[in-house]
Design a protein around this ligand. Structure first.
Ligand SMILES: CC(C)(COP(=O)(O)OP(=O)(O)OC[C@H]1O[C@@H](n2cnc3c(N)ncnc32)[C@H](O)[C@@H]1OP(=O)(O)O)[C@@H](O)C(=O)NCCC(=O)NCCS
Length: 334
């Protein structure tokens, strides 16, 4: 009988033996050595003497390891899925994949990625399980993603109380209290920096940004949304209607913030997901979302809604590194 269990660093040798036994996607020991893949490296990845960078599950038949799945906890990618040829066709791959997908999602990745050669059985295996081909990598292999599921942390009743509204004078008191809470903190998104003294004038300015009127250099038209619960303003987002070269480098389509006293409740995820819906309604396919390296809450929030890290941008002026994520359109192929 086949048993699936989490693998540990001490399984590394057995995992390598499975890796060398497969007949498709063959890896020779000399190529493995060139790539620096050996039992020692695998043991390290699984947490030998250091925090694990990867998670792994293995399938055993009696005492023999007959397959394993392994994923990268840092970026939500599937690193490996291999089953010994004599154990193929028995559902072992599917049993290895399910806990891996769950573990990578638990690590904060809504959308998972993998690369595999086309015209292999692996490709069909993934496609039948909801993985969608998104394009090719530098080696010409297919890049596939498994889209995220419903991301909201809230039950239906709570969700229906939360509303995404256009900036409105009815929330003036709450907006001012929000600004007081922010104090000297850097403000996101940028309309939070508009002078609120004349509240109506501020609202009109936000509206001019939406219509693309009187935009400062480098700005594109953008819509501002407020996430409210009753009379309380909980968060603010801004959706750029398109990217220009500056926003592509740093800024992306969406900026947002949650009022300090309400952070960590899942409202950032909620606001971002709803703002992405607005982006889709505008016909924006791939939604670019950026955050500074070290902004852990922001990076986790972006991953939760399906963001996949595309690149890191180190600004030439020595400013903070920018992590650039993309939330791909569920049906889009770039
Ligand atoms: C970034 C921000 C919008 C996130 O909103 P939030 O409501 O606090 O976040 P959520 O409660 O929705 O949680 C999002 C994720 O961040 C994690 N998180 C929340 N606060 C965190 C913290 N202080 N440190 C690390 N992770 C944190 C949550 O656990 C969650 O991840 P998980 O689902 O993997 O557990 C909010 O913290 C904020 O307004 N920060 C200041 C402005 C800012 O940085 N904006 C982003 C600019 S790109």
């Amino acid at each position: 009988m086949i048993r699936v269990r989490p693998a540990t660093p001490s399984d590394a040798r057995d995992l390598m033996a499975v890796r060398f036994a497969v007949k498709e996607n063959v890896l020779t020991s000399s190529r493995a050595a060139e790539l620096g893949i050996d039992a020692g490296a695998i043991a390290d990845m699984l947490g030998k003497g250091q925090p694990p960078s990867h998670v792994c599950f293995c399938a055993e038949d009696g005492d023999t390891v007959v397959g394993f799945s392994m994923g990268d906890l840092r970026d939500g990618s599937v690193y490996a899925l291999f089953v010994r040829p004599e154990h193929e066709g028995k559902g072992v791959g599917a049993r290895l994949m399910a806990p891996l997908v769950a573990a990578l999602r638990d690590a904060g990745h809504a959308t998972l990625t993998l690369t595999t050669e086309r015209d292999t059985r692996a490709f069909g295996f993934y496609a039948r399980r909801g993985w969608v081909e998104r394009g090719s990598n530098d080696l010409g292999e297919a890049v596939m993603t498994l889209p995220g599921q419903d991301v909201s942390r809230f039950d239906e009743a709570r969700r229906s109380r939360l509303r995404l509204v256009r900036p409105d004078g009815r929330f003036e008191a709450s907006y001012r209290a929000y600004l007081d809470e922010l104090g000297d903190e850097e403000r996101y998104p940028f309309p939070m920096d508009f002078d609120p003294q004349d509240f109506d004038a501020m609202l009109r300015r936000i509206e001019r940004f939406e219509r693309g009127v009187d935009l400062p250099d480098g700005y594109v038209p953008s819509s501002t949304f407020w996430l409210v619960d009753g009379q309380d303003l909980l968060g603010v987002s801004n959706l750029r209607h398109r990217l220009n070269s500056g926003l592509r480098a740093c800024g992306g389509h969406i900026g947002l913030g949650i009022r300090p006293s309400r952070r960590g409740e899942g409202l950032g995820i909620e606001l971002l997901a709803r703002t992405i819906e607005q982006a889709r309604a505008r016909g924006i396919g791939d939604v670019h979302i950026h955050c500074h390296a070290g902004n852990e809450a922001s990076a986790r929030m972006i991953r939760r809604v399906g963001g996949v890290l595309q690149s890191e941008h180190v600004p030439p002026d020595g400013a903070r590194t920018v992590l650039r994520f993309v939330v791909a359109h569920p049906n889009a192929r770039p």
